[in-house]
Design a protein around this ligand. Structure first.
Ligand code: MRU
Length: 368
């Protein structure tokens, strides 16, 4: 456990600038929890690979990494001619956009960088380079404020559940924590904000689903929550029903990678099963969603592209030897599923808590 929450946040900063802002410095999340190692990625191929291979992952962190990457790559363009600069920028932007398809924050962040470029087309390329750095920084700073606001709203829900002397049982899936964002996480933000408001770590007991096949819950969420001192249990995904039946879980917080206009929410594979079980046992199920993750152009979950990943993730990736016979097919490996809006108790955005009908609720908060 770290000395203080701030020490802990400092140690696990997901994305920061490398020396001279010539690279992006990330914590390599594929090595956690055993090894805390930072790496610097600077070429477009290295940045693409880091996102694709989940060295940096989680919707908001992917967005921040792409924005930082765009800024430091554009800073190296050797031209003073705007059309030429724009052409090179779009080549990199379009390439980075192919790294992962589901988290809309990737495209949102890249589009913000392009908008900054276009809005300043009359400036010198040296000025544009500075403005791109500033925009990338703004995206990161905003993410910290956004997850803080989500945390405050989620903390309000926790306060309603608090009974003296009894820790509140909270379940979460995948990692929508500090490692997935610039600071507080989204699904974990209510817990971190509770600590900032003076709650004792043992006031909460967080149950982290291990999250097969890439184990983000086991490797990342249980790592960060226990480092922050919060009582943490990690259980296998297929234990969710018995766990909820036991009465230990009072509330569920999950993150999301893209929310459609009707409130259907894509998140790590297994999330929708959790929501179905939660409905069965009458447990409130909240999706924590920065407004950058809400995609009003996608009307329903049917329109959300689901990333399919390498079959080896199921067969052999985390094991000493393959855990499925070599001849057996493991090609069905979707990284995300979509939770139907009807199963969601509420969607917590930084602008407020939304209840169904979600499209109206989003529009009322100015999310377009
Ligand atoms: O494949 P990953 O690890 O990038 O998936 C991450 C998730 O599904 C998170 O829950 C989501 O991105 C929200 S992060 C605040």
């Amino acid at each position: 456990m770290e000395k203080s929450l701030d020490d802990f946040f400092e140690k696990v900063i997901t994305v920061k600038w490398g020396p001279g802002k010539r690279s992006v410095d990330i914590i390599d999340q594929t090595l956690l929890p055993g090894t805390i190692k930072r790496i610097q990625v600077s070429t477009k191929e290295e940045i693409w690979e880091a996102i694709k291979k989940l060295r940096v992952r989680g919707a908001p962190a992917i967005g921040v990494c792409a924005a930082y990457g765009m800024a430091e790559l554009a800073a190296k363009f050797d031209t003073e001619n705007y059309p030429d600069f724009y052409h090179q920028f779009m080549e990199v932007k379009n390439y980075l956009a192919t790294s992962r398809p589901t988290a809309v924050n990737l495209f949102w962040a890249l589009n913000r960088m392009e908008d900054t470029l276009k809005a300043n087309s009359t400036k010198t390329t040296a000025q544009i380079k500075d403005l791109l750095y500033a925009e990338a920084e703004k995206i990161r700073e905003e993410d910290i404020q956004i997850s803080r606001s989500i945390g405050e709203i989620g903390f309000g829900l926790l306060k309603d559940l608090k009974k003296d002397g009894e820790p509140i049982g909270i379940e979460t899936h995948c990692n929508a924590g500090t490692l997935a964002t610039a600071k507080y996480g989204t699904a974990t933000a209510p817990m971190y904000i509770a600590l900032e408001h003076g709650w004792a770590p043992e006031d909460m007991h967080v149950y982290c689903d291990e999250t097969r096949p890439l184990l983000q819950g086991a490797r990342l969420t249980s790592f960060e929550l226990s480092r922050a001192g919060i009582t943490t249990t990690c259980q296998c995904d297929n234990m969710a029903s018995l766990l909820m039946k036991s009465g230990k879980i009072r509330i569920i917080f999950v993150g999301c990678d893209r929310v459609a206009a009707n409130g259907d929410a894509a998140n790590k594979i297994g999330t929708s099963g959790l929501a179905i079980i939660a409905r069965h046992y009458g447990i409130p199920f909240y999706v924590c969603a920065p407004s950058s993750t809400i995609d009003m152009k996608t009307k329903t979950g049917e329109g959300i592209p689901i990333e399919m990943r390498d079959p080896e993730e199921i067969k052999s990736m985390w094991y000493k030897e393959p855990m499925v016979p070599a001849e057996v097919d493991t090609s069905f490996n979707p990284a995300f599923d979509v939770t139907d809006h009807s199963l969601i108790t509420g969607i917590i955005t930084e602008k407020g808590l939304c209840r169904a009908p979600y499209e109206d609720a989003f529009r009322k908060l100015g999310i377009q």
